[in-house]
Design a protein around this ligand. Structure first.
Ligand code: ATP
Ligand code: MG
Length: 353
């Protein structure tokens, strides 16, 4: 019997332009895994984007532009199955079924929901209805995204670790409760998952946080953004001799941690090591550090911007592969949903055949 092929699943919300956290937390792994023997599902999470909007927005347009950016980064819709979440409405059906076995208390302890509660307490004038049923249920919908394609690996940044754990818990609980194997449990997120700090020195760069360095930023914008990173603290002694970025970078103050992390991600290793030595030696070099980061970032962005603007990478091209790929992912998804319906006792759908 042939071994089951590994299944990879990951998605990004169309809530803004792709940034360096998205790239090195997620897309970078998509590209690596696309070369493997695994079946890769990469989607644009347009249902998830609805949890943060309070009025009609441009989600459709942003979805197409994000897909053009995926392609510009090197995602190949002939190798990976790239689709829109809303083209797989059976995800919503599975989310409904999974919601029946999910405790509200468990969801209320979710980090996204708790963070939003804190933001609202800080800013009572916040618009709309930010604490929606949809936001509370976000981890259930994400569990449905993962479980519906029977994913083994979910390449996401460290900020999504808890959500993947919730998907594992939900799968286990479902199978146990209904005495079945309808849901396939994914692996937990690795300890090496990245969490890139924001340009404002906060713990996480995020599309909705106005602190991002974007893959489509031109050199002038890159320089302005990098110059704006606050580096007010003079070098301090580092209580480690290690050059390992995971050891050293968290010890750097505020904005320096994001500058060194970016250097480590996009510049040759000797450049990162040279600036680390300068930090240890003390002195005034932050201006040169910023110039170096900005140069390497712009060099990294250049081919992506070029491919984004390639006339062949247009809406028609995107729509063509979306239609094809929706057809590929649908049977996989329906197989899971039907198995869950049977396991729960409502029986298979009467019209799907
Ligand atoms: P939003 O602020 O709208 O939630 P986001 O920037 O957090 O946007 P998501 O669409 O929520 O982006 O996440 C897409 C992928 O990018 C996920 O795999 C997530 O873990 C990863 N990611 C997002 N921000 C970072 C970051 N700062 N560092 C590492 N990975 C990140
Ligand atoms: Mg996010």
């Amino acid at each position: 019997m042939s071994a089951r092929k590994e299944v990879i699943l990951s998605g990004i919300r169309p809530t803004g332009r792709l940034h360096y956290g998205n790239y090195f937390g997620a897309i970078h792994h998509f590209l690596r895994l696309q070369q493997s023997d695994a079946t890769c599902f990469y989607f644009i999470a347009d249902y998830h984007a609805l949890t943060t909007i309070t009025e009609k927005t441009e989600i459709y347009r942003q979805t197409l532009d994000m897909l053009r950016t995926y392609v510009a980064c090197g995602l190949d819709p002939a190798k990976s199955i790239v689709y829109r979440q809303s083209d797989l409405p059976s995800t919503a059906e599975l989310s409904l079924l999974l919601g029946m076995i999910t405790n509200i208390g468990h969801l209320e302890r979710g980090t996204t929901y708790k963070d939003k509660m804190i933001k609202i307490q800080d800013d009572p004038k916040i618009d709309g209805n930010p604490l929606s049923y949809g936001l509370l249920g976000y981890p259930v919908l994400m569990a449905a995204d993962i479980l519906i394609v029977k994913a083994d690996v979910v390449p996401v940044g460290d900020d999504q670790r808890q959500h993947v754990e919730m998907a594992c818990d939900i799968a286990e609980k479902f199978n146990h409760r209904f005495g079945c194997e309808a849901l396939h449990r994914p692996r937990a997120v690795g300890r090496d998952a990245l969490r890139l700090p924001g340009l404002d020195g906060s713990a996480k760069m995020g599309k909705s946080d106005n602190n991002t360095l974007d893959l489509l930023d031109d050199p002038k914008t890159v320089l302005t953004k990098i110059k704006g990173v606050v580096t007010s603290t003079d070098p301090l002694p580092l209580d480690t001799d290690s050059n390992d970025p995971d050891q050293v970078i968290p010890k750097l103050p505020g904005g320096l941690s994001v500058l060194y992390r970016l250097l480590n991600l996009v510049a040759p290793e000797e450049v990162y090591l040279d600036f680390l030595q300068q930090y240890r030696d003390g002195g005034k070099f932050y201006g040169n550090l910023k110039k170096a980061v900005a140069e390497h970032v712009s060099k990294f962005n250049e081919p992506i911007i070029e491919k984004f603007n390639d006339p062949a990478n247009n809406d028609d091209f995107i729509m063509d592969f979306l239609r094809e790929n929706a057809k590929k992912v649908t049977p996989v998804a329906l197989d899971t949903v039907e198995a869950c319906r049977e396991a729960m006792g409502i029986g298979r759908s009467l019209y799907r055949g």
